[in-house]
Design a protein around this ligand. Sequence first.
Ligand SMILES: Nc1ncnc2c1ncn2[C@@H]1O[C@H](COP(=O)(O)OP(=O)(O)OP(=O)(O)O)[C@@H](O)[C@H]1O
Ligand SMILES: [Mg+2]
Length: 293
Amino acid sequence: MIGRRARGIFRAVNQNGGNGAGAKPPADDLILSVEQLTISFDGFTVLNELDFSMKYGEMRFLIGPNGAGKTTLIDAITGKSKPDRGRIVFDGGADLTRQQEHELVKLGIGRKFQTPSIFGSLTVYQNLEVALGFRSRITGLLGGTRRRDSDRIMATLEEVGLAARVGDPAGSLSHGEKQWLEIGMLLVQEPKLLLMDEPVAGMTRRERERTGELLQSIGSARSVLVVEHDMEFVRRFAETVTVLHLGRVLSEGTMETVQQDPEVVRAYLGHGASGQRTVAENTRPRAVETVGA
Ligand SMILES: Nc1ncnc2c1ncn2[C@@H]1O[C@H](COP(=O)(O)OP(=O)(O)OP(=O)(O)O)[C@@H](O)[C@H]1O
Ligand SMILES: [Mg+2]
C-alpha cells in the first residue's frame, strides 16, 4: 500500500553521490534556463515564448494574477506538461522538455504540491524513512547504513522544526506541520532545485512566519522556486520576484520594484476588476490531503 502510493507522490530525488559519476561542472551559473517556452491547451496559449532563468543557490518568488501560467511553468519543469516549442536546460545539461516525468526525479528536482501528501498513520520519522527509501529505489542505489539514514532523517527534522514530533503520527500534525513534513520528505532526498506552489496557503500567521524562515534556511544551500499569492509573505521573504502575466515575464526585481511597475499594477487591476485577486490580496486557504490517515 505504502509502496504503491509512494510511487505516485514523491517527486524528488537527487543524484548527489547517486550516479557515481561525480559532479559535472555547470556550463554557466544557471541551474535553470527556460528558453522560448510555449505551451498551449486547446489552442489557448498559456506560456508564450517564455524566457526565465535562475542561478545556483537562488531563492526566487514567482507571482502573477490567476491563470498567468505559474503552475503550468512548474508542470513544464517537472515534465508534467509538454511544450509546443522551447527548451528548459537544467543544471547545465539535460533539456527537461525531452525527459519523462519519472526520469526527471533522478536529476534532482523536488516538487511540493499545494496540498501535502503524507502518510497520516505513520509517524513523522517513518514518513521520512519512506521518502528516503523511495530515493534509494529510484536511483537504483542501495540505501546508506541505518545509522547514516537515521542521522539524515533527524537532521532534516531539526531543519523543518519537527524533531520534537518525531514519534507522533503524521495525521496528528497541524496543517502547517504537515506542510513542513512534506518539505522534509523532499529535503531528505536532497534535491538541487525545489519547486513549491503556494506553500503557505491556509497557514496561520505564525506558521507562515516559520515557513518563511524555513525557506530561507533551505535556500541557503539549494535553489528554490516559490509560487506565492500571499503578498505580505512575499514582501517579507523575497529578494527577487518574477511577475508572470499571460504566459510571459512582465517584470522582475525586488518586490518594491515590481510593485511600482505600471505594467504590473495594470495586470493585477485588470484581474481585480474581473473578480480575481489583486497584488495586495492574501492567499486563499486550501484543504489538506492526508494519505493513509
Ligand atoms: N491541463 C490544462 N488544460 C487546459 N487548460 C489548462 C490546463 N492547465 C492550465 N490550463 C489553463 O492555463 C491557464 C494558466 O493556468 P495555471 O494553472 O498555470 O495558472 P496559475 O498562474 O498557476 O494560476 P493560479 O494563480 O490561479 O494558480 C489557465 O487559464 C488555465 O485554465
Ligand atoms: Mg497555480
